[in-house]
Design a protein around this ligand. Sequence first.
Ligand code: HEM
Length: 411
Amino acid sequence: MTTAAVALSADPFSLSNPELIPDPYPTYAAMRHDEPIHQSSMYGGSWVIFAHDDITTLLRDPRLSNNRATLPIKALPLAQQQEFADIVPVLTRWVAFFDGHDHAVRRQHMNKMCDLFSRDKLAPIIQKAIDTLLAGWSGRHDLISEFARPLPAMVITQLLGAPMDDHVQLAEWSDDIAYLFGASSLTVEDLRRGQRAIHAFARYLRDQTHNAMRRHNPTMITKLVEEETDNFRFILDDACGQAMLLMFAGLEPLRYLIGNATWSLEWHPEQRHLITENDRTLRHAVEEFLRYDGPVQYIGRMVTEDFTYKGHKFTAGQPVLLYIGAANRDENQFRDPETLDLTRRPNPHLSFGRGAHNCIGATLVREQTALALHALATRFPALRVAPDVPPVYNTNLGFRGFSSLTVDTGL
Ligand code: HEM
């Protein structure tokens, strides 16, 4: 389903535009064509980038930093920023916000621990969570609240070694934190909710890890503290910071990917058979769902030194928003980019980013989405989106997808 490009009078492209959320793709196409490198008034002056080749180049440019821990409060007046200054030391621990060598050593240590995310290890954990959630389904269900939201929360809670019953609380904190990174417009109350969630989550993780260490019961967090990679290991607060990041980074987009994929299939029923045909067709389908309507629409960076890119003057301190959602529909990179083609190969989408910061959870995403879509398609071959219940979009273009999508199982 497509709509027209959104026309905006004040700023041709703004995150604060709720009209953009249901279908941003025509607007992206217009921007790619007319102004692929656009200067916006967002965040007091920022760059918005839309083309695949510019985004892949800039994602590897060392003059763009990932240190964005202050971004959520940057839009507030200086006096008000003080109220939220205490969240910055927690966020600055996240591996995602480091650059260069400091990032590389942390990321290498995380990668070693995330070896635990191998396909063989993940599959039974994911399958068990799917079986629990879909047990007894018939008639109508909200795919998001009853399946796509709890599923990644159950899986990541288990991978972190936290008690399974806590997944509901962890998902709530994670939602409040996610809102700080990508909501179309943040209010002070949103920030206060995020601030409460960050502190409560940090306390929870510290207590859990102290208990696990006392009982000599290794978890991913205790390993980040107790084991070394090339003489590097995390102190406890840093390791808890990474666990918070994994939960927040893992939970939000996965939920939306399952919803967006189900919505895409609804409009392309002729391709449904590819989900159940064999493992290879299923894996290609997952890549195409990531490209066609991925949940992460943009990646943020900060300019660290003045430089000129293709005639545009980037100034130190300016945010740069790289619209991977637009790059994934770039006609210079993909044949028929506006068409969902579950057999598409090659598929160089940017949904997991590129370069040093590429997504650490990609294997988990691929495995979880494949098993989830397969389970839905095999158990409910006649599953359809309920035609009389309008889906509800999340109001956050950073993590784009449905907060509610009612499906009829056909049973
Ligand atoms: C559909 C699901 C997902 C999508 C589309 C996605 C997308 C991305 C993207 C685009 C980046 C790069 C950000 C950048 O360059 O600044 C990223 C980084 C990251 N992702 Fe994911 N992600 C998903 C799920 C997950 C999961 C399940 C986890 C872990 C449990 C995870 C953990 C991370 C972490 C820790 C980073 C930061 C890596 C670094 O900066 O070195 N993500 N993700």
